[in-house]
Design a binder for this molecule. Structure first.
Ligand code: HEC
Length: 157
């Protein structure tokens, strides 16, 4: 009997883990990673992208990137207007033509295991099949995003 109960619990545990992966959401999953790994340079002290762009050199010297410390601010770098920026910067190189990781990939963790674990959470949040490096308008080798690709975005709040 106990054996049976345990195996039922294990089974339902496995099921709820699978459910968690599909339900990755901003507040519960992304924000804790952001607060640990990104907020020091992309928090409320940082300029919005519009202001950042006016004096990029100065802000980079201060280690300040553009502000993205809320749901609304972060999806700006996923869907529009800075389409695909989050994916281009966080990718580990597997989605890139040249195989190079984005320059924020290393910020995802102190070691490769942590970086891969956090990248997986970001990918699940963006959506299965929605992780691509495309821009709103094609530039160089990077094609423009399609409506079908945008339809796959999940971005649960
Ligand atoms: C030590 C400071 C620092 C940390 C930590 C950091 N970033 Fe950045 N980030 C920057 C700076 C500075 C820039 C602007 C310069 C550049 O484009 O590389 C930037 C640029 C970006 C951009 C591109 C924005 C654009 O203009 O298109 C994205 C997206 C980004 N960071 C995401 C993240 C995420 C997500 C994390 C956490 C996993 C993170 N960054 C951690 C400093 C940081």
């Amino acid at each position: 009997m106990i054996r049976k109960l345990v195996s039922v619990m294990l089974l339902s545990g496995a099921w709820s883990l699978a459910a968690t992966a599909a339900d990755v959401a901003y507040t519960k999953d992304i924000l804790p990673i952001f607060n640990e790994r990104c907020v020091e340079c992309h928090g409320s002290e940082s300029p919005v992208l519009h202001d950042f762009a006016k004096d990029e050199k100065k802000y980079i010297k201060e280690n300040a990137g553009p502000r993205m410390n809320s749901y609304a601010d972060l999806i700006f770098y996923v869907g529009w207007p800075d389409t695909g920026a989050l994916m281009r910067r966080l990718d580990d190189g597997k989605s890139a033509n040249d195989g190079k990781p984005g320059n924020m990939y290393r910020q995802l963790g102190g070691d490769e295991t942590e970086r891969q674990r956090n990248l997986k959470v970001f990918k699940e949040w963006v959506g299965e099949g929605a992780w691509n490096l495309n821009r709103w308008k094609a530039r160089g080798e990077v094609p423009a995003i399609t409506k079908e690709q945008l339809d796959r975005l999940r971005l649960l709040p």
